[in-house]
Design a protein. Structure first.
Length: 584
């Protein structure tokens, strides 16, 4: 039953469940219960494809029930506290503390304090060491688990890599030990040792970590039966992998309010700054026939008027033009908008942009990453200016009114000329429309983000540029950009600084995260909520210098995430790092 008090809060639809295509199961007939959480608002979590996949995978198991929960907004969180009620799942409004597992999808380091908030609202101790057999096992997956160490204090288990297969193995193994664990015949450490035998599963409490001054000195398992290296999991056959054919339609508008179908995982490119390359390695493709079938199922089950084709580099999907042709022919009578993520110019040199524009014209997005060719070569960005300007001209001819461009700043060796080249390049893109159509120049929306040298990338040994330096570069670009057709948006540098620290950190950061949370840090990815002073105070009080995590590292240093094998050899990353360094 839905508590009527929910309806008195902001956007109550995010708390009531009952969505179209929701899964419902009888708890009493299921051997295991799994609460699947996303540490952000409902509107963000319901835009996450990974969450939908795991939700469907678990509910396909006949003796498992999986229900969802999200970070509540401030008004509802306060009501829970004031009324002494505990956070609950959407499907049955069952208190989270009564589930066997609490699973979190960690897609952003800036959601870490939300995890703590959700645990506390659920009446569950924050630290893994304080939770015994009376509490659910708390587990996490998602991109942030490529370096899980900053959150090691709070989780019992991490699934490293893609979880579709691994999570099934975790639950099947847990069934064997559940009764003994709940009755106290085996303790939590013994249970975690058993579950850590599953490839890709990491139980941080089973490892001994030592530090020397500011550096990690050693990392090793405490027990001989625990793996020293965690091998990342991945799904080998994308055609055979689970996909949510019955698309769950949110009650309130999601950030990405559309159905999404993966055409590929992994990436054939080797951009040196890109962590997603390691996260989703190796490259796997979904067949055109399977993609078309899934798009049709998603549309028929949801009624969405927009379908997005997803992947790290959709432009490199073989036969993209044929796929788009088939989909546009199928849906042109329905007025369905087919959208693609950031594209390479070469994918538009055929008929792709023409076909998409016949359905519904939207903006196209490109990621040159740098304004100058030298910096693009340094970061191994596959981007041809000649192909790009041909493609942009084709897009304008087919009716596109604006384009979006992504750039990075804070690259090693970057000069004022490189910054100026961002402005000049964007202006050329804008003026191209005027040259071709003899009308007005195009509006170009420019997103500029600071480089964060993330774990498992070729640049992981680089220092991250200081906030002061990034601000100087931002001011330079603003001062020198007089073109009103260029709309520039800069990512919040304080947020980027924090993201850099948390992504490159070790488990000593756990006490800082907890301290910041106690000081009120919540929803750190939202500018309206983000409190940089709370984090600065937390670092100061816990005696940790955040700059330690952003400094340059020697390639022979022991890094907090070195125990994770992504499938890309560290020697390869070192070789690419040396090539990058050779440009400057």
């Amino acid at each position: 039953m839905i508590d009527d008090s929910i309806l008195n809060h902001h956007r109550p639809g995010q708390y009531i469940g009952n969505e179209w295509n929701v899964s419902r199961k009888d708890f009493s007939s299921c051997a295991l219960s799994f609460a699947l959480g996303f540490p952000d608002l409902y509107e963000v979590g319901m835009s996450n494809l990974g969450l939908r996949i795991i939700y469907g995978v678990l509910n396909k198991m006949p003796d498992v029930t999986c229900e969802r929960f999200f970070a509540p907004e401030a008004d509802f969180a306060q009501t829970l506290k004031n009324s002494h009620k505990l956070l609950f799942s959407l499907e049955s409004q069952k208190e989270l503390i009564g589930f066997d597992f609490l699973g979190f999808s960690l897609g952003s380091e800036l959601n870490y304090t939300n995890v703590l908030s959700m645990l506390e609202l659920a009446g569950i101790p924050l630290e893994s060491s304080q939770r015994d057999n009376r509490y659910p096992l708390v587990i996490a997956g998602g991109p942030c688990t490529l370096n899980p160490e900053p959150m090691a204090d709070f989780f019992d288990l991490f699934v490293i890599g893609e979880a579709e297969d691994a999570i099934l193995e975790v639950l099947e193994n847990y069934k064997k030990f559940k009764q003994g664990f709940k009755e106290g015949r085996i303790n939590k450490e013994e249970l975690l040792i058993q579950l850590s035998q599953i490839e890709g599963v990491y139980a941080p409490s089973l490892y001994e970590v030592n530090y020397s001054k500011d550096e990690l000195a050693s990392f090793a398992p405490k027990n001989k039966n625990v793996p020293a290296v965690i091998k990342k999991r991945f799904v080998s056959d994308l055609d055979a992998s689970f996909f949510p054919e019955k698309w769950l339609v949110p009650n309130v508008q999601a950030v990405h309010d559309r159905a999404t179908v993966e055409v590929m995982r992994g990436c054939p490119n080797r951009c040196r700054f890109c962590q997603a390359r390691s996260q989703y390695f190796p490259l796997r493709l979904r067949s055109k026939e399977k993609v078309c079938s899934l798009v049709d199922l998603a549309y028929c089950s949801s009624g969405y008027e927009e379908i997005s084709l997803a992947g790290l580099s959709v432009s490199d999907y073989p036969g993209l033009e044929g796929l788009v042709k088939d989909l546009t022919n199928t849906f042109k009578e329905n007025g369905i908008n087919l959208s693609l993520p950031s594209l390479k110019a070469k994918s538009l040199l055929g008929n792709v942009s023409t076909m998409i524009s016949k359905i519904k014209k939207t903006g196209l997005t490109f990621a040159p990453e740098a304004g100058s060719e030298k910096l693009r070569q340094a970061i191994a960005k596959d981007f041809s200016e000649e192909e790009f300007f041909k493609a942009a001209g084709c897009a304008y001819t087919n009716g596109y009114q604006h384009l979006k461009l992504y750039f990075l700043i804070g690259l090693a060796g970057e000069t004022e000329e490189d910054l100026k080249s961002i402005i000049e390049f964007s202006a050329r893109v804008s003026n191209l429309k005027k040259e071709i159509l003899a009308g007005s120049a195009a509006q170009i929306n420019i997103s500029i983000n600071p480089l964060i040298p993330k774990p498992h990338t070729s640049l992981q040994w680089l220092k991250m540029e200081s906030i002061a330096s990034l601000e100087e570069k931002r001011d330079y670009i603003r001062k020198n950009c007089k073109n009103k057709k260029l709309k520039i948006n800069f990512h919040n540098f304080d947020m980027a600084f924090l993201e850099g620290v948390l992504s490159r950190g070790d488990r000593r950061l756990g006490k800082v995260i907890k301290c910041a949370y106690k000081k009120g840090a919540r929803f750190d990815a939202w500018s309206d909520y983000f409190s940089f002073p709370a984090w600065q105070e937390a670092f100061l009080e816990e005696g940790l210098n955040p700059q330690v995590y952003l400094s340059e590292k020697p390639v022979n240093a022991l890094l907090p995430w070195d125990f994770i094998d992504t499938g890309i050899d560290k020697k390869t990353l070192i070789s690419e790092f040396n090539t990058f360094s050779g440009f400057f």
